[in-house]
Design a protein around this ligand. Structure first.
Ligand SMILES: [Mn+2]
Length: 349
């Protein structure tokens, strides 16, 4: 008869001083990879009952890309791309999770190869979260997901009531991609055409490269859309451009939706993306800009898109996306700590 020894260490002649840690106190590479190890709460009714300040949503969708795929793997990669759980923001001087109630609301219910269904499910998931008053943070996904995501948030608040600050190398305002209205080159045009966001409150930052063509820029000007090329950032400095972007987005609206295409960062620092464009921002410049926007305006929601883990190296792109979200969250934590409301509670305003 084999006898199981009750204690491995003692059986080998050691003392046994080992105590167990709680699951949430173990290193970040253990256990289930929710965003910064926040509680995983996917059910709409449970979210409504808990009333968190913010909620992370995954949109694992890349069926609308025009070039390199892979962004469907990004929500998981971004959740995993961290050794930190964001305990203490040194840049902002706040311990976010002691101030904010934050949950990971899981992924939109997406299957591959079905653009319309994917967009409908992203819309539904973001709507479920936004209706609870929590501020949604959406991990894309290709950039087409901003169409359903920002639409859902605009509908909860009122169409035309939010401005968008859109960091990107590309304008994403094409009429269509080879006839596909839902392509990732066209979501910003859909949002403006539907009235979800007014053209004059749509502000693009970081554009460079060779696309789109002149006729698309003419349409953008007709809509009153404001855009800031990379060369303007180089010439005037990023802080001055961000100040303008904020006031242009809030020229009427009272809240901003922040959309971050990770390709706004130089591909040397963010290679894992579908349509890289050399000559972009430093990662630290993007993080500073996100802190300034989220810290100085009412944030309606945020997405980070176009991370393509199969093209990434050493997780640098996923890590940049993870930090962009975390910087915005910490900026909200500062606001709440200082007495402001972070949740969307129209009755409290
Ligand atoms: Mn884009």
């Amino acid at each position: 008869m084999v006898q199981t020894h009750p204690d491995f260490a003692r059986a080998n002649g050691w003392d046994d001083p080992f105590e167990s840690y709680a699951d949430e106190d173990l290193p970040s590479y253990t256990g289930l990879p929710t965003y910064c190890r926040r509680p995983y709460l996917t059910d709409a009714a449970a979210l409504a009952e808990r009333r968190p300040d913010i909620a992370i949503i995954g949109a694992p969708f890349d069926d609308a890309v025009s070039h390199r795929p892979g962004a469907r793997f990004a929500p998981r990669a971004i959740r995993e791309a961290s050794y930190t759980e964001g305990e203490n923001s040194l840049q902002l001087g706040v311990e976010p999770w002691k101030v904010l109630d934050a949950v990971d609301a899981g992924d939109a219910n997406i299957v591959p190869a079905w653009i319309q269904r994917g967009h409908a499910m992203i819309y539904r998931k973001v709507l479920d979260v936004a209706r609870t008053g929590a501020i949604p943070f959406i991990l894309g996904g290709d950039h087409s997901i901003t169409w359903p995501s920002a639409t859902a948030i605009a509908e909860v608040r009122a169409p035309g009531s939010i401005g968008i600050v859109h960091f990107d190398a590309h304008a994403d305002t094409a009429p269509d991609d080879w006839g596909v209205l839902a392509g990732h080159g066209a979501p910003m045009r859909r949002l403006i055409e539907s009235g979800a966001v007014k053209g004059r409150n749509f502000v693009q930052v970081g554009l460079r490269g060779y696309w789109p063509g002149v006729s698309v820029f003419e349409w953008m000007q007709e809509q009153g859309l404001r855009y800031h090329f990379m060369r303007e950032i180089e010439e005037r400095g990023f802080d001055a451009v961000i100040d303008d972007a904020i006031s242009e987005a809030l020229d009427g609206p009272d809240a901003i939706y922040l959309s971050v295409d990770i390709d706004v960062i130089d591909p040397g620092m963010a290679p894992g993306t579908g349509t890289p464009e050399p000559g972009g921002l430093l990662t630290r410049e993007l993080l500073r800009a996100v802190r300034r926007v989220a810290g100085s305006v009412e944030l309606a929601g945020m997405d980070v898109v176009e991370v393509s883990p199969p093209y990434d190296h050493a997780e640098v792109t996923a890590m940049a996306a993870h930090r962009a979200v975390l910087e915005a969250i910490c900026a909200l934590a500062v606001k709440k700590r200082d007495g402001a409301t972070v949740r969307y509670e129209p009755e409290a305003r």
